[in-house]
Design a protein around this ligand. Structure first.
Ligand code: AMP
Length: 398
C-alpha cells in the first residue's frame, strides 16, 4: 500500500512516495519555482540517479501533474497506475483551535482551514493549494491534512494559555499551539518504544534542533508542553529567530529604530537567533562553529547562549513533568552537532545525565549517547516527518 506525502510551500512542493508495508521511500523529489519562470522538478527513484525535469509550472496543479507523471514514467517511475497511490498525506501547518488531530479533507475542512489561515498566512494558503491541486489531478483520492500544531493540542490550559485577558483567547484563539508537532510526536513515540517502560507513563523530552527549533515534553505520548507559541517565533534561539524575548524589548526596538511592529517582527524572524548573536556570521551552525574555533567571541557566546537556553527548557520541563526518563535530540543540529549535544548535556549533571563521549560521536543515526549509569537516557533519533505523515494518513483512511 503506497502513500504519497506532499509538503507544499508557496512556490515549492516536496514529495515522497512511501511503501507502507515496509515503510520505505520508493521515490522523492522537489518542484521549485512554481508560478515563476524556470520551474524545475528534481525527481529521484530510490537507488537511482536524480532526474531533472524542466517544465513550466504556472500553478501547483501543473506541479502535482508533473509529480504523478514522474512517478508513472517508464524509466524513472515507480508505479504503473495512479490507482496504486492509496491516499495523499499533506503537511499542513496551523490547525488553529479547530483541528486537534489529522483529518480527511472535504469541503467543510477546506473552509475551516481558510478560517484559521490568519494564524499562518504564509503557510496555510500554500498547503491548501497543494490539497486542491491533488483534488484536480487525482480526483477521488483521499487527502489527509496532518497538522504541525496537532501534537500541541494535547496540552492542558495551564500550559497553553497566555496570561492575557481571557476573552482574547475565546475571541481570537490567542494561545500557545506549538509547531514541529509531527516530529515531536514521531520521535517521542519511537523513544517510548525504546525506553522499555510502561508506555502510558514514559516521560520524554524531545529537542528538535534544526534551523527552526523547539523542545517538547510529553508523558505517554501526550504533550505536556512545547516551546513554540502562537507562532514559531517563540522559545529557543534558532538559526535566524530570536525565540522568547520580552515584549517590552520589542516595543523599545520599534521606538529606537523608528519602525513598525511588522518590520520589528521581521527582524526577530530573519535577522536574529544565531545569525544575529554571532554578529552576522551565519544562521548555519557549522559556520558559527568554525568561527568560534577561529576565536570569534560573538560566535562563541552565540553557541553557548543557544545551549544554555535549550538546557533551560529541559530543566523547566523536568519540573513540569516531575521527572524525565529520556531526552532525545533530533533534526539538523540535534542529529549532527556532537558539540552542541555535549554542551547542552553539560548543564544537566544535576539530573544524573552522563554522556558517553564515544557514543556521542555519531551523526544522523539512532544512538543512545548516555552511559549505562546515566539516570536519564539520552538518545539521538533522526526525525522522519514524511513517514509520520504517511502513518497518520494510513491510520485515517484505512
Ligand atoms: P534542519 O532545519 O533540520 O534541516 O537543520 C538545519 C541546521 O542543521 C543548519 O543550521 C545546519 O547548520 C545544521 N547542521 C547540519 N549538519 C550539521 C553538522 N554536521 N554540525 C552542525 N550543524 C549541522
Amino acid at each position: 500500500m503506497k502513500i504519497l506525502v506532499i509538503n507544499c510551500g508557496s512556490s515549492s512542493l516536496k514529495y515522497q512516495l512511501i511503501e507502507m508495508d515496509t515503510e520505505s521511500v520508493l521515490a522523492k523529489g522537489l518542484c521549485e519555482r512554481i508560478g515563476i519562470d524556470g520551474s524545475v522538478l528534481t525527481h529521484t527513484k530510490t537507488g537511482c540517479d536524480k532526474v531533472v525535469i524542466e517544465e513550466p509550472m504556472p500553478s501547483h496543479k501543473e506541479a502535482v501533474q508533473l509529480v504523478f507523471d514522474a512517478l508513472l514514467d517508464s524509466n524513472h517511475g515507480v508505479i504503473s497506475s495512479m490507482d496504486e497511490v492509496y491516499a495523499i498525506g499533506h503537511r499542513t501547518v496551523h490547525g488553529g483551535n479547530v483541528f486537534t488531530d489529522s483529518v480527511i479533507v472535504g469541503e467543510k475542512e477546506k473552509e475551516m482551514l481558510k478560517e484559521v489561515s490568519d494564524l499562518a498566512p504564509l503557510h496555510n494558503p500554500a498547503n491548501l493549494l497543494g490539497i486542491e491541486a491533488c483534488e484536480k489531478v487525482a480526483p477521488g483520492k483521499k487527502n489527509v491534512a496532518v497538522w504541525d500544531t496537532a501534537f500541541g493540542m494535547g496540552m492542558d490550559p495551564k500550559s497553553y494559555l497566555y496570561a492575557i485577558p481571557y476573552e482574547l483567547y475565546l475571541k481570537y484563539g490567542i494561545r500557545k499551539y506549538g509547531f514541529h508537532g509531527t516530529s515531536h510526536k514521531y520521535v517521542s513515540g519511537e523513544i517510548i518504544k525504546l525506553a522499555n517502560l510502561p508506555e502510558k507513563e514514559v516521560k520524554v523530552i524531545v529537542c528538535h534542533l534544526g534551523n527552526g527549533a523547539s523542545v517538547s515534553c510529553s508523558i505517554g505520548g501526550k504533550c505536556v508542553d512545547t516551546s513554540m507559541g502562537l507562532t514559531p517565533l517563540d522559545g529557543l534561539i534558532m538559526g535566524t529567530r530570536s525565540g522568547t524575548i520580552d515584549p517590552g524589548a520589542v516595543q523599545y526596538m520599534c521606538q529606537k529604530l523608528n519602525i513598525g511592529i511588522d518590520e520589528c517582527v521581521d527582524i526577530l524572524n530573519k535577522e536574529s537567533g544565531i545569525l544575529g548573536l554571532s554578529g552576522g556570521v551565519s544562521s548555519d551552525f557549522r559556520d558559527v562553529g568554525e568561527a568560534a574555533k577561529d576565536g570569534n567571541e560573538y560566535a562563541k557566546v552565540a553557541l553557548e547562549a543557544y545551549r544554555y537556553r535549550v538546557a533551560g527548557y529541559i530543566g523547566q520541563y523536568v519540573a513540569y513533568m516531575n521527572g524525565v526518563d529520556a531526552i532525545a535530540f533530533t533534526a539538523g543540529v540535534g542529529e549532527n552537532d556532537i558539540e552542541a549535544r555535549a554542551g547542552i548535556c553539560s548543564y544537566l549533571t544535576y539530573l544524573g545525565v552522563e554522556i558517553d563521549d564515544n557514543a556521542n560521536n555519531v551523526r544522523g543515526e539512532v544512538a543512545q549517547i548516555s552511559t549505562d549509569n546515566s539516570k536519564v537516557k539520552v538518545y539521538v533519533y533522526p526525525t522522519n516527518e514524511e513517514l509520520a505523515i504517511a502513518r497518520e494518513t494510513l491510520r485515517l483512511v484505512k
